[in-house]
Design a protein around this ligand. Structure first.
Ligand code: ARG
Length: 281
């Protein structure tokens, strides 16, 4: 590659990823479990599929591997694959959803992993919504609570993965999952919306990530933090132009996507993407 990162910014290297996604065949907004969802607003399922296909194609073009899980009829939110599990070192922590509307998705995702050769699986005792609330950095797991995943699920994840889990309290219902308020950019870099966290959790984030990219309220409100990075590229909602600029200054290559239809369910790029982390040799 000949591309040069901006001077002063570190050169960024992409690592090939493995993602699991779920086509929004049955996508709709028929109930309301977060403030973005309005069942009275019409949803264009075909447009959702077109926008989602573009995201999948982009991942393939970036060299990533994308696998698909069959969508369940009657489960309009199953497109948000990030919620289906958390996978680290090939170990799969299943999801247990807070809302009955999504309850059947947990076992469906767990079955996908079982059928695809994953042997170390845990069907969890406590409510956790997968990578919606568990985000993985090089050395730890950042875990959200306040709206969906419970603090007990953080302890369950720590015991299962054997990695330190840092609990973070979300306080703004618009940012009900950690992946709507924070994104991991590299092993030890994140971007986040400080206003989404309790004062104590904000202080924890400042201590752990003193140089973090901070999102403006405007960029956060267009779901700019619902982003997926491979070490070099950061795929994020295209409306988050301020974040894109900050990322470019740090040597990342932001790629804006239009997932407006999926935003009607309260999700965007990251929500549609579950990372399958295999054991590193
Ligand atoms: N409608 C879904 C819910 O409220 C959206 C999930 C978004 N996913 C995410 N990873 N934040 O559960």
């Amino acid at each position: 590659m000949t591309h040069r990162a901006q001077s002063a910014a570190p050169a960024r290297e992409a690592r090939r990823r493995r993602y699991l996604m779920c086509r929004p065949t049955h996508f709709d907004v028929t109930y309301r479990i977060n403030p973005w969802m309005d069942p009275a607003k019409p949803v264009d399922t075909d447009l959702a599929i077109t926008q989602w296909e573009k995201l999948r194609t982009l991942y393939l073009e970036l060299g990533h591997r994308v696998e698909l899980i069959d969508p369940l009829p009657g489960h309009p939110d199953m497109v948000y694959a990030a919620n289906g599990a958390t996978v680290i070192d090939g170990k799969v922590l299943g999801a247990r959803f807070r809302n009955t509307e999504r309850a059947a998705e947990g076992p469906a995702y767990l079955a996908w992993f079982r059928d695809n050769g994953f042997a170390e699986l845990l069907d969890p005792a406590h409510v956790n919504e997968g990578e919606g609330d568990f985000l993985v950095t090089g050395s730890r797991v950042l875990a959200g609570t306040g709206f969906r995943s419970t603090p007990q699920s953080h302890a369950e994840a720590e015991e299962f993965f054997g990695r330190p889990v840092v609990s973070l309290e979300l306080i703004d219902e618009r940012y009900y999952h950690l992946d709507t308020a924070l994104a991991v950019l590299s092993d030890d870099e994140v971007m986040y919306n400080p206003e989404a966290f309790s004062p104590g959790s904000r202080a924890v984030l400042e201590r752990l990530f003193p140089g973090a990219v901070l999102a403006s309220p405007e960029d956060a409100a267009v779901f700019g933090l619902n982003a997926v990075g491979d070490g070099r590229h950061v795929v994020l909602p295209e409306a988050a132009t301020g974040l894109a600029r900050q990322l470019r200054e740090r040597g990342f290559e932001p790629i804006g996507m239009d997932l407006s239809e999926l935003l009607k369910g309260g999700g965007s790029v990251k929500c549609c993407t579950l990372e399958v982390r295999e054991p590193t040799a």
